[in-house]
Design a protein around this ligand. Sequence first.
Ligand code: XIL
Length: 382
Amino acid sequence: MHHIFTILSLGILLGFTSDDKICPENPQGIHYLKDIFADDFLVGTAIDYGEIRDTTNILHELIRNEFSAVVCENSMKADHTEPQEGIFNFRGGDAVVCYAERNGQTVTGHCLVWHSQCPAWMFGPDSCGNPVDRDILIRRMRNHIYGVCAHYRGKVKGWDVVNEAIEGDGSWRNSPYYRILGDEFIPLAFQFAHEADPDAELYYNDYGMDSPRKREAVVRLIRTLKARGLRFDAVGMQSHLSLWTDLSEYEKSIEAFAAEGVKVMATELDVSVLPWPGEMPNADISTNFEYQEKYNPYRDGLPNDILAQQADFYRQLFAIYRRHSADITRVTFWGVHDGTSWLNNFPIHGRTNYPLFFDRSLQRKPFVDDIIRDALSNSYSK
Ligand code: XIL
């Protein structure tokens, strides 16, 4: 046994590639994503009750082996955690936390303040029938953040404190939070989250980060929050991308955020291969188009040329992540495999999309091994 270790250490000293690495817990020498990128960033996935209750062993093995971080796809959103004012429900979130603990994975809290999947009471009249006003909304927001953050203190590494407050043109989104509190709701949310859990990292999370105007607005937001002395750890770039996303603009945003001295995370990565029926693609969950066959072209399988385009896109993307790994702390996919991706139902219900690393049979797509080889071969400098 001793000899094996000596030989292995010698191999490492002599600069053998990690292709030769054999860990006791991974005797087949399979390169799992979380291990390959362990020195670069966490590799995460979104899960929820569906995955936890699943009885397929290979699904659990896949989640445990490939990923070092998880996030709840829905269970920590306000409509789940506080469905009625003052009545909290942590069942889903607790199940995910417990599952992650068993797997040795970190948990991200998603999310505290978001206009979507927010219970109606948040913006409704109070018990005396008075319409919601500034003071009432601040109190509700504070109670919500305090309640949820206190419950997950020590269990959640960080929170998406505010989700999607900025439009693609850089203006503030006209959400009820904004209409009632103006942009002040953002610093307030960060303040409350920090008061409730001083050890938690705090993030601003949004989609469409390849838009230059949005990038500039996020940079302004970081500066404002920092100027006020508020804790701000990282920008979450949701990264709901498609084969047509301009990756050079996306990379510029990573650079711009890092230049502000904060970390960057890809928080909801998927790469859609299906046509977007409207003008500018977005990830606003209220966007909805009627089903038409022409928008669901790959119902019976993904043609090889499209798979090749996706392979090329993902390889370029991971080259970007590796180039910026000093600033990137986590890359999380939005879902485990194509079969359960939200993109089968967004922005059109009932399509067949192929956005992730794992196919419907839970097999790695062939290009994942190419990405792993790229990472092992040091072809991209850090
Ligand atoms: C999505 C979930 O994946 C769906 O299951 C749910 O029906 C709607 O929300 N941006 C976000 C995520 O921040 O919370 C959204 O998740 C996808 C877009």
